[in-house]
Design a protein around this ligand. Structure first.
Ligand code: ADP
Length: 415
């Protein structure tokens, strides 16, 4: 319940962080776009203004102009441009000017010079360039006005499209952020659920031997005058529960260490076939006592791995093979080199594993229904085996043996 609250809080926090990050990105991008558009929009108009200024300056250098003899004014070729020329006293020279759009408008007095700026006249937007020029010692002033209504309309359109998009993006961002935070939280939730299940399974497993121990010790207390020899069955039961508890706590510690990434394989080079043969020795004897057959076949394969951990893997697999077989069954260990891997197969003709069990057998605390009545166990052995094998970059698979029993195949890299 508490972890659910933490998860929800974390999810909300993540949502807010995502939203803030998205907004900052979009607003910064938008501002950059608007600022660059602003500069870029007047580029053409400014280029035309400067070009017209050069044309005008060149043509007004013609000595005939001051005497009023002027052919068709070449500089008036740009239909967007308004050319207004003033004499020394700043009166408009009508025959040298073209002000089709501005008849009813009072123009600004020329100046400041050589600067380009925007003005609005009679509802129209213009970009203006003003400068002075001379002809035969006569000074003129010129105003060039280029209509920029098109540019302004386009800029306004782009800005409104940007704001429309921004609103759509805000809605989208909320949805995407929500989805992203849910996706991000999923593995965390899964891992927290697994952790909770692990802790509750572990306490459940610990409780059983502790309850048995508690009961047995209470039983002993009821007979304080009895001799130990008379109560040896109770003591032996308690001892097996203590052994079970010790193994369980060891297994839990191994898993906890692996989970916290504290385990680093202590690698060395050794012949794994030799190790398998040595490890199998007591099992061969135990099998013989129960009228079972335990054989180890294969070839010498040198691997670089953690000797003790690989021994732990073999012990767990041999243990299970003995546990889940009966008199007359056979356990076979095959160990061969397969390309750059070592393949270890432990197969038996025992009770086998159910279909459901085959997919869950490596889960922590999982015990197959087929085995529950056969023997006690914690269901941790195979998950530890899998972890060790994977820590060595290997793999382990399980299948049912034919005609009966189980078969575990471990693939270990040679180094
Ligand atoms: P434990 O044997 O202590 O229960 P393991 O993790 O070693 O725990 O095994 C998990 C389960 O896998 C066992 O409970 C049993 O159901 C099944 N299992 C493992 N090895 C064999 C096997 N050789 N034959 C049949 N079932 C097996």
């Amino acid at each position: 319940m508490k972890s659910n609250k933490i998860l929800k809080k974390q999810k909300r926090r993540l949502l807010v962080y995502n939203l803030i990050a998205f907004f900052i990105i979009f607003i910064v991008l938008g501002l950059v776009a608007v600022i660059s558009i602003e500069g870029y929009f007047y580029n053409d108009a400014d280029r035309e203004l400067n070009f017209s200024r050069d044309q005008l300056t060149a043509q007004l250098a013609n000595p005939y102009i001051s005497s009023g003899i002027i052919p068709y004014p070449e500089y008036r070729k740009n239909p967007r441009m308004n050319y207004i020329l003033y004499d020394e006293d700043k009166n408009i020279i009508p025959n040298l000017s073209s002000i089709p759009n501005l008849d009813s408008v009072s123009l600004p007095v020329p100046g400041p010079y050589d600067q380009i700026y925007n003005i609005k006249l009679d509802g129209y937007n213009f970009r203006v360039l003003e400068f002075s020029l001379s002809n035969n010692d006569t000074v003129f002033f010129a105003q060039l006005l280029i209509n920029i209504d098109g540019e302004i309309a386009l800029r306004n359109n782009i800005i409104s499209i940007y704001f429309i998009c921004l609103s759509a993006i805000i809605v989208l961002t909320v949805a995407v952020s929500y989805l992203m935070s849910a996706l991000t939280m999923q593995p965390i939730k899964k891992s927290m659920d697994e952790q909770t299940r692990f802790v509750s399974d572990a306490s459940h497993e610990l409780r059983t031997p502790l309850t048995v121990l508690h009961g047995r010790l209470e039983q002993l207390l009821n007979y304080p005058d009895e001799k130990i020899i008379d109560k040896s069955d109770i003591i032996s039961d308690s001892l097996s529960e203590v052994i079970r508890l010790t193994k369980l706590s060891g297994d839990l510690l191994t898993l906890a260490k692996s989970d916290s990434d504290k385990f680093v394989p202590d690698k060395s080079e050794f012949d794994i076939f030799e190790l398998a043969k040595i490890t199998a020795m007591p099992y061969i004897d135990m099998a013989a006592c129960d009228y079972k057959e335990f054989v180890v076949c294969g070839e010498s394969v040198t691997v670089t791995a953690d000797y003790n951990k690989i021994r732990q893997v073999l012990i767990a697999l041999f243990d299970n093979a003995l546990k889940y077989t009966a008199g007359g069954d056979k356990i076979t260990v095959d160990l061969y080199r397969q390309k750059n891997k070592c393949e270890i197969t432990v197969s038996d003709t025992g009770i086998g594993i159910s279909e459901k069990g085959l997919s869950r057998i490596f889960d922590r605390f999982y015990r197959d229904d087929t085995s529950r009545n056969v023997t006690e166990g914690s269901g941790l052995g195979l998950s530890i085996v899998k972890q060790i094998v994977e820590e060595h970059k290997g793999s382990i698979t399980v299948a049912n043996n034919t005609p009966k029993g189980a078969k575990f195949i471990v693939l270990l890299p040679l180094s």
